[in-house]
Design a protein around this ligand. Structure first.
Ligand code: URP
Ligand code: ZN
Ligand code: ZN
Ligand code: ZN
Length: 480
């Protein structure tokens, strides 16, 4: 079936222009003025609204087994909630347990994700190291479309990588043309501080941010950056929450290193006062890592996005309901870490980014889809309104408003970190694979139609890094 979107303003990461958009099957087949609707086409009158590439959330954890429980949002409910907010693709994470065969873990996650309503892909975490892991990384890149490997520098005693694993995995990733990603927090310091804080008698959620101060994140971000610099591998740092990690990225980028930074909608808009809420459940609902930070960090993160030092926005959507959070009722270190937002990301970023003048509409598109598509090498299939691109589209009404609430959201979780926030400028129609899956409150997603998206290795920036690497390759002194 064809869809003709008439009368809208197409907004891409490059520019905005009046144009109709025609899709056929799952692709965009024409973009231009006064397009004719082919026979049988569904015509959507955009009525002056904006026509954007569907959002890509490059950091989610649907149905993740974590900290003794399983995230409440599954791949169907989570991708559906994303569609309501204009997000048509997620990149989730395969996280093998230490010693688990990583290909087995990969296939397990692929099985869970078969219920997805929208397209998805997987970063694969390297949680331990031996020759079989090294071999599996090649299989993942050559046979399974994986081009990014994740490293948790926190969660000691569980999935944390030490420097030995980082060095081995980064080296291997470079050989394979895959980008390295890190959760940057010094897990050793977190472990130490958690014990000190518990000993001091603080057991509630207010202990969580105290055990993970910004310096702990800055140290790890800087360490990962330096390791990547020495090994000449491109690096992507997930969920930067503070000035310290932003400064590390800024320095590295100013020195010419290929380092990319992601920021979560939550870290831009929620501050650390939430952990001192008198209601335990409310405070615990905000326990995620890195924690929400004092206000001055938020303005710095916005400026980091504006300056191009941070390129992507995500949610780290990882939902736990109150009974799950209560697993840590007398010990904050046992509260499952994670918060939601896949449905709200684009709305809150438009409202607080575009409406406030922090971002242009084109920058909004760049940070909600295009940049992620480029970094993870699926551009212009994703993150673009152009002929041949996937027909994943959000139609955005800049005048409409919506008040965010756990009572009306589609996310399978009993809390919303943006509760009560009224946003102006919302998604009204979502098209995924050339089908309308959401229109003005009517959700039409289908379980299992989402496709796994293969991501090729050696993205363009990688080729540039390799050319520089070649040019500066050391040579032995020939002493005859
Ligand atoms: O608290 C968080 N962020 N939970 C999900 C796992 C992670 O660290 O990304
Ligand atoms: Zn396989
Ligand atoms: Zn993380
Ligand atoms: Zn995460």
């Amino acid at each position: 079936m064809a869809i003709l979107i008439k009368g809208g303003t197409v907004v891409t990461a490059d520019h905005s222009f009046r144009a109709d958009v025609l899709t056929e099957a799952d692709k965009i087949v024409a973009v231009g003025e006064n397009l004719e609707a082919p026979g049988g086409a569904e015509v959507i009158d955009a009525g002056g609204a904006y026509v954007l590439p569907g959002g890509i959330d490059p950091h989610t954890h649907m149905e993740l087994p974590f900290m003794g429980t399983v995230a409440s949002e599954d791949f169907f409910s989570g991708t559906t909630a994303g569609m309501v907010g204009g997000t048509t693709m997620i990149i989730d994470f395969v996280i093998p347990s230490p010693q688990q065969d990583i290909l087995e873990a990969y296939h397990t996650w692929r099985g869970w994700a078969e219920k997805s309503a929208g397209d998805y892909s997987f970063h694969v975490a390297i949680t331990w190291w031996d020759e079989t892991v090294k071999a599996a990384m090649e299989t993942l890149t050559t046979e399974h479309g994986v081009n990014s490997f994740k490293h948790f520098m926190a969660y000691k005693g569980a999935i944390m990588c030490d420097d030995e694993v980082l060095v081995n995995s980064f080296t291997r990733a470079r050989e394979l043309g895959a980008i390295c990603t890190v959760h940057a927090e010094n897990g050793e310091l977190v472990f130490h501080l958690q014990n000190e804080i518990l000993k001091s008698g603080i057991t509630g959620p207010e202990g969580h941010p105290l055990s993970r101060p910004p310096e702990v994140e800055g140290e790890a971000a800087n360490r990962a950056i330096r390791v990547a610099q020495v090994l000449d591998v491109p690096l992507y740092i997930v969920h930067n929450s503070c000035i310290e990690s932003l400064q590390a990225i800024t320095r590295a980028r100013n020195e010419g290193q290929r380092v990319f930074g992601e920021v979560l909608a939550g870290h831009l808009l929620v501050n650390d006062e939430v952990y001192r809420d008198p209601d335990w459940d409310t405070a615990a609902a905000h326990v995620m890592s890195p924690p929400f930070r004092p206000k001055e960090h938020q303005e710095a993160l916005w400026r980091g996005l504006q300056a191009g030092m941070l390129q992507t926005t995500a949610t780290d959507h990882c939902c736990f309901c109150a009974p799950q959070k209560r697993m840590g009722h007398n010990n904050f270190t046992q509260i499952p870490n994670g918060t939601g937002g896949v449905e709200d990301r684009m709305h809150v970023l438009w409202h607080h980014g575009v409406n406030s003048g922090r971002l242009t509409m084109n920058e909004f598109v760049a940070i909600t889809s295009t940049n992620a598509a480029k970094i993870f090498n699926i551009y212009p299939r994703k993150g673009s309104i152009s002929i041949g691109a996937d027909a994943d589209i959000a139609i955005w009404d800049p005048e409409k408003e919506r008040t965010i609430s756990k009572d009306t959201h589609h996310q399978n979780v009993d809390f919303n970190i943006f509760e009560g926030m009224t946003v102006k400028g919302i998604n009204t129609v979502t098209i995924s694979q050339g089908k309308v899956v959401y229109q003005d409150g009517d959700v039409r997603t289908e379980k299992g139609v989402g496709r796994y998206v293969d991501r090729p290795t050696f993205a363009p920036y990688y080729q540039a890094v390799n050319r520089q690497r070649k040019a500066k390759a050391p040579a032995a002194v020939d002493r005859m």
